[in-house]
Design a protein around this ligand. Structure first.
Ligand code: SF4
Ligand code: SF4
Ligand code: SF4
Length: 472
């Protein structure tokens, strides 16, 4: 006869053993610039590992869980969104930023990414996807920043450079096709570590925050008669991987367009969650704040810069610009609302007629959906010209540094994304080349897209890091 009590006890033992096995959770390298785990809080529930597999597919293809191995995590932070006991979180920088805010010898500059303003107020009890840049700006001023700038300016710069690069790859064969976007640092790290053979397909254009950093530490610094090291530049992002991106030395060019040890173009990255924490810690009454506005010089960019925060937004903005470069005309209404590349499907595609030439594009929403296309690129059977890849579901609006006031699902992602598209539609300036500040910086300083100066400041290079990992 079966001893039911014994059987139950055995099952309980097995499930406890499973829960207590460290392999149920993602491996966190103690030197990771992106992640931190408070081991004392970890209940080994395994949700972080499930999240990693769901979002990135990494564990299905590569070994991401072996303690003692080099850090093969791409830093997207999707695992942090799933940790219900606050054991796993971003590697925090808010204490260093607080210290800098008390340093009166420095010029304190903050730039905020578009996806932050449609999620920050969730931390303070407002509806999901509320577009609220005004309170955020005022809160940043109250924290003590001297200048509050908008990363949509950097996004417009990225569009200008990336669209020109795409056109030059298509018309002058000046580089490999398809061209992949490169503004997601997790995607770039993924390519460098796991698929280095497609590095030549990556756009060399830096990400919006990296471009913004280079311009602030050069153009802005010269205007203010400051040295790059006199400026502290903090960026607020929805992204944990940006904490890794700013450690890449080749992105910091502020010292006469070269890297100077210890001087970075972006000094600190704070996630949306960290900013909310800072606001609460300093007792700033967020809900009652009046609406502030961005500082001149780098205020809000075009609508194209605003939609960068959504999956498909980078592609759509770049195509608006490519159309203008190739035809000399403003994009039609259809191009200003490219429905086929919007939304939360894993792979979206479209064909765009630009002055008689057909440009085939794809948008990969979530890195787990990129594997098939990468294989096609490697086999030379891919007929797309331009491919956007963003690691997080929904793009940056679903980034690993966003609020986790509730399980972040597609309903919430859609609300955040809709808020960005509505903002784009409400703006008079929808394309980067119409942004007066962009025109001014190119005229005064950069000497046009893909110029020698632009290449030195706004483009970068990538490295084969495949030796750092061991494939399964
Ligand atoms: S989700 Fe959090 S509590 Fe669960 S295993 Fe991962 S780190 Fe530990
Ligand atoms: S940060 Fe991203 S890649 Fe790294 S363990 Fe977490 S989910 Fe996986
Ligand atoms: S999709 Fe956006 S938030 Fe996510 S890793 Fe890439 S840049 Fe960061």
């Amino acid at each position: 006869m079966v001893d039911l009590k014994k059987l139950k006890q055995e099952k309980l033992k097995q499930s406890l053993k499973k829960k207590l096995d460290s392999n149920v959770r993602v491996f966190v390298d103690e030197n990771s610039p992106c992640l931190f785990r408070d081991v004392s809080k970890c209940i080994k529930c395994g949700r972080c590992k499930e999240a990693c597999e769901m979002a990135t597919g990494l564990a299905q293809h590569y070994d991401v869980n072996k303690p003692g191995k080099p850090d093969v995590c791409i830093g997207c932070g999707q695992c942090t969104l799933s940790c219900g006991v606050d054991s796993l979180r971003e590697k925090s920088s808010y204490r260093q930023v607080l210290e800098e805010l008390n340093n009166y010898d420095k010029v304190l500059v903050v730039s905020t990414a578009p996806a932050v303003r449609v999620a920050l107020s969730e931390e303070f009890g407002f509806d999901f996807g509320k577009y609220d840049e005004g309170k955020m700006i005022t809160a940043l001023r109250m924290l003590g920043f001297d200048y509050v700038f908008d990363v949509t300016f950097g996004a417009d710069l990225t569009v200008m450079e990336e669209a020109n690069e795409l056109v030059s790859r298509i018309t002058k064969k000046a580089g490999k096709l398809p061209m992949f976007t490169s503004c997601c640092p997790s995607w770039v790290k993924f390519v460098e570590m796991f698929e280095p053979s497609i590095i030549p397909n990556l756009s060399t254009a830096k990400s919006p925050i990296a471009m913004q950093g280079s311009i602030i530490k050069t153009y802005f610094a010269r205007q203010k008669k400051k040295k790059p090291e006199d400026i502290v530049h903090v960026v607020i992002t929805p992204c944990t991987a940006k904490k890794y991106e700013i450690t890449r030395e080749e992105l910091s060019v502020s010292d006469d367009f070269g890297y100077m040890p210890g001087v970075k173009d972006v000094d600190y990255v704070l996630t949306t969650r960290e900013l909310a924490h800072l606001i609460r810690r300093q007792n700033i009454p967020y809900g009652n704040l009046y609406d502030g506005t961005f500082d001149e010089l780098f205020p809000r960019g075009s609508g194209g810069g605003v939609i960068f925060g959504s999956s498909g937004g980078v592609m759509e903005s770049a195509l608006r610009e490519a159309y203008y470069i190739l035809t000399g005309n403003m994009p039609s209404e259809n191009l200003l609302k490219l429905e086929k590349v919007r939304g939360l499907n894993g792979v979206k595609e479209d064909e765009i007629n630009i002055g008689g030439a057909i440009v085939k594009v794809a948008v990969i929403n979530g890195i787990k959906n990129a594997y098939d296309i990468i294989q096609k690129v490697k086999n030379n059977t891919c007929d797309y010209d331009f491919i956007e890849v963003m690691t997080c579901p929904g793009g940056c609006i679903g980034g690993g540094g966003q609020p986790k006031v509730k399980n972040v699902d597609d309903f919430i992602r859609k609300k955040r994304s809709d808020a960005l598209y509505s903002k784009d539609e409400s703006l008079n300036i929808r394309c980067a080349h119409n942004n007066p500040q962009i025109i001014k910086v190119y005229n005064d300083f950069l000497d046009g897209p893909l110029s020698e100066t632009s290449k030195a400041l706004l483009h970068t290079k990538y490295f084969d890091r495949s030796k750092e990992i061991k494939k399964l």
